[in-house]
Design a protein around this ligand. Structure first.
Ligand code: FES
Ligand code: MG
Length: 582
């Protein structure tokens, strides 16, 4: 098969894979003979784009369980369009099972993707992901590898159901767990909730990190139009997989690389969509990392500013009140949402289709104004996210003002400080714990370095004593992240983190903490002299790893406000996108 269309910029002889298969030499003889060992023929590689399918399936990732079959639909699409599929399995990163936290391994997946693509005879790639860290991990690696890439989102699972109540991933687990701790739900009911909250394959179906990140991938132009909203169990998802397989083959001929798609305007579009969906706070870290890999400088202020301008219009939990991703899909999905944001979006950005974003939105409409609200009737007029600074977090921390009780928007209260998760866990159920609803609960040494890997511990549980009094929200501060399905008055990602010597390390129980969201301030009432005295006494916590990947992680991890990438993977270290060598 040959390609004679002059609009394409790649030709059979310039395919990257031809460097493995075409030369009349001994090494290429090895490649050809070994391909034939697998039953292949010269027509399988001659003038045929070789397409990697990076599959993050595993036997212990419920969000990607269907990838075992969907990969065959992608293969079918690739073959139909004249490519040759090569499945390359990669780290699966199941959010619910990987300890201590998948975030420890996001960069490992990114490195794996980059090196799989660098080292194999492939011309383009289909990225299969969706569970939280898999999306940024795959995209980061593909950006640095620089080959044409298309992202296939796993799709959200179906709505949960328990006794006729709709259940949302994460959010309702936290909610009903508080009711169980308060004694309002018995064990049998709790077990029934366990069986009803996750009814099908697919990723979390709230607007958590998974749904936020796949929406971001689509808004940046990395998926086929509408791909990110399709429920995993919907037959449209199968067709989207095949269509993505067909499309990547043409992307190879067109040499449509991530570098042409991820522009500053495309990143801004992603921020706009993230804000309008009431995004997971994790999106901040991942998007900064992705932008920086693409050589685009991006900071927390970009999010803070966008949050002041862009209303939340996706009425999906946890920011919205009732609806879930399945409802969002029936309401028109992400394309429909973007039609409401055209004043904020750059519509001339290029997508994987080769068309502009504006062209791909043609014909999209909102079918349910309650789920995808008009700008005139938003879920929140502003405040998807705010960045606070002060002597507790000089490099910033983030909070979702819209998701917390307004009485905390301007608050002063005494700190209750925990140095570790086990210390907090041991104290939280103690009826004698000295804590009131006005306290600011603090958990530290749980940042990128301290966690290690910045676990999702930032939504500290409300002390049981207060839960029994009916308290369901209070101010919490940490250098950790929180799940995108979490909610409440949680200040997260404090930077620099305590384990790296950030001033959060110097706070003591009883110090007064001030927060003022309108002024974007977070401070502790401790004098500079006293802070200097405490710093002289401070010793860093013992490193978590003496060897291996964890040791390397600790040497190279950057802080949350910089995206938690490894320093040596950023473009400052050398160009991210280049023609990989054999
Ligand atoms: Fe996989 Fe939530 S556990 S997306
Ligand atoms: Mg999550």
């Amino acid at each position: 098969m040959t390609n004679n269309n002059s609009k394409y910029s790649k030709h059979p002889e310039t395919l990257r894979s031809a460097r493995w298969y075409a030369p009349d030499d001994l090494r290429s003889f090895g490649h050809r003979s070994r391909a034939m060992q697998m039953g292949r023929e010269p027509s399988d590689w001659e003038a045929r784009p070789q397409i990697a399918i990076i599959n993050t399936w595993s036997d212990i990732n419920p969000c990607h369980a269907h990838f075992k079959h969907r990969v065959d639909d992608i293969r079918r699409g690739i073959s139909e369009a004249g490519g040759f599929p090569i499945e390359l399995p990669a780290l699966s990163l199941a959010e619910n099972f990987v300890k201590p936290t998948t975030m420890l391994y996001r960069n490992m997946l990114a490195m794996e993707v980059e090196e799989l693509l660098r080292s194999h005879p492939v011309d383009g790639v289909v990225l299969m992901g969706g569970c939280d860290k898999t999306t940024p991990g795959l995209v980061l690696g593909a950006v640095s590898a620089g080959l044409p890439a298309i992202f296939v989102p796993a799709g959200p699972m179906l709505r949960g159901n328990w006794q006729g109540n709709v259940l949302g991933s994460g959010s309702d687990a936290w909610k009903y767990w508080d009711e169980r701790r308060a004694g309002n739900i018995d064990r049998d009911e709790w077990i029934a909730i366990e069986g009803g909250i996750a009814r099908s394959y697919g990723h979390c179906m709230t607007m958590g990190t998974a749904s936020t990140m796949t929406a971001i991938a689509e808004a940046m132009g990395l998926t086929l139009p509408a791909a990110s909203s399709i429920p995993a169990a919907d037959a449209n998802h199968i067709r989207m997989c095949a269509a993505s397989g067909r499309r990547i083959v043409d992307m190879v001929w067109e040499d449509l690389t991530p570098g042409r798609i991820i522009t500053p305007a495309a990143v801004n579009n992603a921020v706009t969509v993230a804000m309008a969906t009431g995004c997971s706070t994790n999106a901040v870290i991942h998007l900064i990392a992705m932008a920086r890999r693409a050589g685009i400088d991006m900071s927390l202020e970009d999010f803070d500013q966008a949050s002041r301008d862009i209303p939340v219009i996706a009425n999906v939990r946890p920011s919205g009140e009732h609806f879930l991703m399945e409802d969002f899909y029936y309401a028109g999905g992400l394309r429909a949402l973007m039609t409401r944001l055209t004043d904020f979006l750059a519509l001339d950005t290029v997508t994987v289709t080769g068309e502009t974003l504006g062209e791909t939105l043609q014909g999209a409409e909102v079918y349910n104004d309650e789920v995808i609200r008009p700008l005139s009737n938003p879920v929140y007029r502003e405040g998807s996210l705010a960045v606070l600074r002060g002597n507790l977090a000089p490099d910033g921390c983030v909070i979702k003002p819209a998701a917390c009780d307004p009485r905390f928007h301007d608050h002063t209260g005494p700190a209750l400080v925990f140095d570790s998760y086990p210390e907090m866990k041991a104290a939280i159920d103690d009826d004698d714990l000295e804590v009131t609803a006005d306290h600011v609960m603090v958990l530290r040494n749980v940042g990128p370095l301290g966690g290690p890997g910045m676990p999702e511990w930032g939504m500290l549980p409300i002390p049981t004593k207060l839960v029994k009094q009916g308290v369901r929200d209070m101010l919490r501060l940490s250098d950790a992240r929180m799940s995108g399905t979490s909610y409440g008055a949680c200040m997260l990602h404090a930077a620099p983190e305590a384990a790296a010597g950030g001033p959060l390390a110097l706070l003591r129980t009883g110090d007064m903490v001030h927060i003022n969201i309108a002024q974007r301030r977070l401070s502790m009432d401790v004098s500079d002299d006293e802070l200097a005295r405490r710093r002289a006494e401070w010793t860093p916590p013992r490193p978590a790893f003496a060897r291996g990947y964890g040791w390397m992680f600790a040497q190279h991890i950057k802080q949350a406000n910089e995206g938690c990438d490894f320093d040596f993977l950023e473009t400052d270290f050398g160009p991210a996108v280049g023609e990989p060598d054999i």
